[in-house]
Write a protein of this length. Structure first.
Length: 111
């Protein structure tokens, strides 16, 4: 087995990984394969490839980036009809309308 001892730097040479992701073109740099800009489903997706031999396949776990999660959260929260902010604002508006109706009824009864 070769390699650097703990605490020592080592330099390895090899080929950049080359492949596609879900049929989309991708660019390789070392062990990292990145979906090309403009790809419909893999734009910016980054995979670390640990294959030692060509045509070697393994398991892959995909998770969304923090920025992607934040973007989805904001979209869900601010959605014009189903977002939690919209629902809360509608609930407050309903409470105000109900309170205004109650005030009108009380004022009518006092007159």
């Amino acid at each position: 087995m070769g390699g650097a001892a703990a605490g020592q730097n080592a330099q390895y040479t090899g080929a950049d990984v080359a492949s596609t992701i879900n049929g989309d073109q991708a660019s390789g740099s070392g062990r990292y394969l990145t979906g090309n800009t403009g790809n419909a489903t893999t734009d910016g997706m980054v995979l670390r490839v640990d294959a030692i031999e060509a045509d070697q396949y393994g398991q892959m776990t995909v998770s969304q980036s923090i920025a992607g999660r934040l973007q989805n959260y904001i979209a869900r929260t601010t959605h014009v009809t189903t977002g939690s902010m919209t629902i809360a604002a509608n609930s407050i508006a309903d409470s105000i309308r109900y309170t205004d109706e109650q005030i009108e009824r009380l004022e009518t009864g006092v007159e």
